[in-house]
Design a protein around this ligand. Structure first.
Ligand SMILES: [Zn+2]
Length: 203
C-alpha cells in the first residue's frame, strides 16, 4: 500500500477509487485495485491510476464452497516470431500463431515450476470462458508491463515443447488486454482452479 512520506516530499496517495472515492481494499504487494462500486480496476503506476477492465470468469467445474477470484492478465495477441533459421521459423509459424490469447498470473506466489504455472496452462488450452458478475478480486501484484514480459516467456516455453526455441524471439503485438478474476476453491492448503479443475498451491 502506498505510504505517505512527508519528509521525502513524496505525494500521499489515498487508496480511494479515483472515480467514486470508495475506499479500495488492498494488500501490501498490490499494484492493481478493484472498485466493486464502479466494477473497474485501477493500476497504480507512479502516483497515477490507470483504468483496467476487469472481468470475472464463470466456474466450469463444480466444487464445494465459494470460490475466491484471483487475477490473471489476459492478452489478445498477434504473435510474430523471429529467427535467422528459416526452416525453424516455418515450423514455429505452423502452430505458433495458435497462441492468440496469453494468460499471465497476476497474483504472487513462491517460485514454482513453469510447468505448474496457471497462466501457462490456460494459454496452452487457449481458454475460453463465460463471464459472471462478481465483486471481489484478490490482489494483483504484477504490473501489466511485467506481465507482458512474462507472456513472451510463456509463449516461447510452449513453443519449445515442439521446436527448440534457441535463437527464436517473439513479438506479441497486443491487440486487447484485460484482467480476469478466475475462480479458485480452497481445500486444505491447496487450491483447485474452477476452470480446468487442477490443483495448485498458492501462498
Ligand atoms: Zn469506484
Amino acid at each position: 500500500m502506498p505510504q505517505a512520506d512527508a519528509q521525502a516530499g513524496l505525494q500521499v496517495i489515498p487508496l480511494k477509487c479515483p472515480r467514486c472515492k470508495t475506499q479500495l481494499n488492498a494488500e501490501d504487494r498490490d499494484v492493481v485495485y478493484y472498485c466493486a462500486q464502479c466494477r473497474e480496476g485501477f493500476e497504480l503506476a507512479g502516483n497515477k491510476f490507470f483504468p483496467v477492465q476487469v472481468r470475472f470468469a464463470l466456474p466450469q467445474c463444480s466444487r464445494q464452497g465459494t470460490p475466491v477470484y484471483l487475477p490473471l492478465w489476459c492478452f489478445s495477441v498477434a504473435p510474430e516470431f523471429q529467427s535467422k533459421n528459416r526452416f525453424k521459423l516455418t515450423r514455429i509459424n505452423q502452430f505458433g500463431f495458435a497462441f492468440r490469447k496469453v494468460y499471465v498470473e497476476g497474483f504472487s506466489r513462491q517460485a514454482t515450476s513453469l510447468r505448474l504455472d496457471i497462466g501457462l496452462l490456460y494459454t496452452n488450452a487457449q481458454l475460453e470462458f463465460e463471464t459472471v458478475q462478481y465483486n471481489t478480486l484478490r490482489g494483483c501484484s504484477r504490473y501489466r508491463k511485467d506481465a507482458l514480459q512474462f507472456a513472451k516467456i510463456i509463449v516461447l516455453a510452449l513453443i519449445d515443447q515442439k521446436v527448440d526455441i534457441t535463437g527464436v524471439d517473439v513479438q506479441l503485438n497486443v491487440q486487447d488486454w484485460n484482467l480476469v478474476g478466475f475462480p479458485f476453491y480452497k481445500e486444505g492448503i491447496a487450491y483447485y482452479d474452477g476452470i480446468l479443475g487442477k490443483k495448485f498451491y498458492i501462498d
